[in-house]
Design a protein around this ligand. Structure first.
Ligand SMILES: *[C@@H]1O[C@H](CO)[C@@H](O)[C@H](O)[C@H]1NC(C)=O
Ligand SMILES: [Fe+2]
Length: 293
C-alpha cells in the first residue's frame, strides 16, 4: 500500500487540527474533523476555514469520498455538512462517525430539547469497531478510542493514526474525560491501544495548544515519542496514577467557550437548528428565596 498524502490544516481560534488525507494513486481523499467558524459575539456562522479546505481539495484535484468525525466535538462546530453540500464531484461525499454517537446524541438532545427528527440519521455511516473502508487504494481502519467521549474513534491509515482528542502533543498531554460518558479509565486503555502500534507510526492529534518554548502548532509525534515523553501518560504511568491525576485536573477545568453551540450543531451532524435558534443554559442568580426568578 502506498503512503497517504496528509495535509494538516490548523484552525487557530479553537486550536483544532483538521486533516485532508489522499491516496496518491487515485486522488481519492477524506477530510477529518473540519471546522465551521462561529463568532459568539454575533452568533454568526462563517466558512472561511472550511473554504480553505475546499481550496486544497480543488488545487490537488482530490475526490473526497468521506467526511469523517473522530467524535462529537464540544469546542468547535463541524463543517462536515457544509462540505458535503459543497462537494458535488459528481457525488457528494458521505459523512461518518463512530456508532456510539447515537448515545451521545440522545444525551445532549434531551439536555438541549432537540427533536428526534433533527438528529436521527444525520450521519450517513456509523462505523463499527475495527471496520475497514477504502480510500482509493488505501485502507482505513476505525479504532474505538473512548475516554474523552464514549463515541470517540481514531482512523488508522497506513502508518498514521488520526487519534482526535485522545493524546495531544507530548508537552500538552491528554484530553479531558469529564464530558457525559467520558471516562479516565477508558482513556488510559485507549492510550495503551495507541501505544501498541509500531513505534515509528505517527499519531496525529485533534488539537494543539503550543506554549512555553514551542510557538508553532505541530500535528503529530511518533508512538515512540509519546511513549517516552507524554507529560500525562507515558510508558510506566500506572492506571491509578493517571486516573487520579486526570479526575483532579478535570474537576478544576472550565467549560469550553463554544460548548453549547458546538454540541447542538454537532449532534445534528453539522446542520443548524431548523428554527435558527440555539439554547444557552443560564447560570448565576436563578432564584429569590425559594421562588424562581
Ligand atoms: C477490535 O480489535 C481489537 C484489537 O485487535 C480487539 O481487541 C477487539 O476485540 C476488536 N473488536 C471487535 C468488535 O472486533
Ligand atoms: Fe473533543
Amino acid at each position: 500500500m502506498a503512503s497517504p498524502i496528509v495535509h494538516p490544516v490548523f484552525e487557530t481560534v479553537t486550536g483544532t487540527w483538521q486533516y485532508i488525507i489522499a491516496d496518491p494513486s487515485t486522488l481519492a481523499a477524506v477530510i477529518i474533523d473540519p471546522v465551521l467558524d462561529f463568532e459568539p459575539a454575533r452568533n454568526a456562522i462563517s466558512t472561511t476555514t472550511a473554504d480553505s479546505l475546499l481550496d486544497i481539495v480543488a488545487q490537488n484535484s482530490y475526490k473526497v469520498a468521506y467526511l469523517l468525525e473522530t467524535h462529537a466535538h464540544a469546542d468547535h462546530l463541524s463543517a462536515s455538512r457544509y462540505l458535503q453540500l459543497k462537494l458535488e464531484q459528481p457525488t457528494n461525499p458521505e459523512t461518518g462517525i463512530g456508532k456510539r454517537i447515537v448515545q451521545v446524541q440522545q444525551t445532549f438532545a434531551q439536555k438541549y430539547g432537540v427533536e428526534q427528527s433533527e438528529f436521527e440519521d444525520v450521519f450517513d455511516l456509523l462505523w463499527e469497531d475495527n471496520q475497514t473502508f477504502a480510500i482509493g487504494n488505501l485502507e482505513a481502519k476505525v479504532v474505538h478510542l473512548p475516554g474523552h467521549t464514549p463515541d470517540h474513534v481514531g482512523y488508522l491509515i497506513g502508518e498514521n493514526i488520526f487519534c482526535g482528542d485522545s493524546l495531544f502533543l507530548p508537552d500538552v498531554g491528554s484530553a479531558r474525560c469529564d464530558f457525559p460518558g467520558g471516562d479516565a479509565v477508558q482513556l488510559y486503555h485507549s492510550v495503551q491501544t495507541l501505544f501498541s502500534l509500531p513505534p515509528h507510526h505517527k499519531i496525529y492529534t485533534g488539537h494543539d495548544y503550543p506554549s512555553g518554548d514551542r510557538n508553532d502548532p505541530v500535528p503529530y509525534t511518533t508512538v515512540a515519542e509519546q511513549q517516552e515523553r507524554n507529560k500525562h501518560l507515558k510508558i510506566g504511568t500506572s492506571q491509578e496514577e493517571f486516573v487520579n491525576w486526570r479526575q483532579k485536573r478535570d474537576a478544576g477545568l472550565g467549560e469550553p467557550r463554544l460548548l453549547h453551540q458546538s454540541l447542538q450543531v454537532n449532534i445534528r451532524g453539522g446542520r443548524l437548528p431548523r428554527n435558527g435558534m440555539l439554547a444557552l443554559p443560564l447560570k448565576g442568580v436563578k432564584e429569590v428565596g425559594n421562588v424562581k426568578l
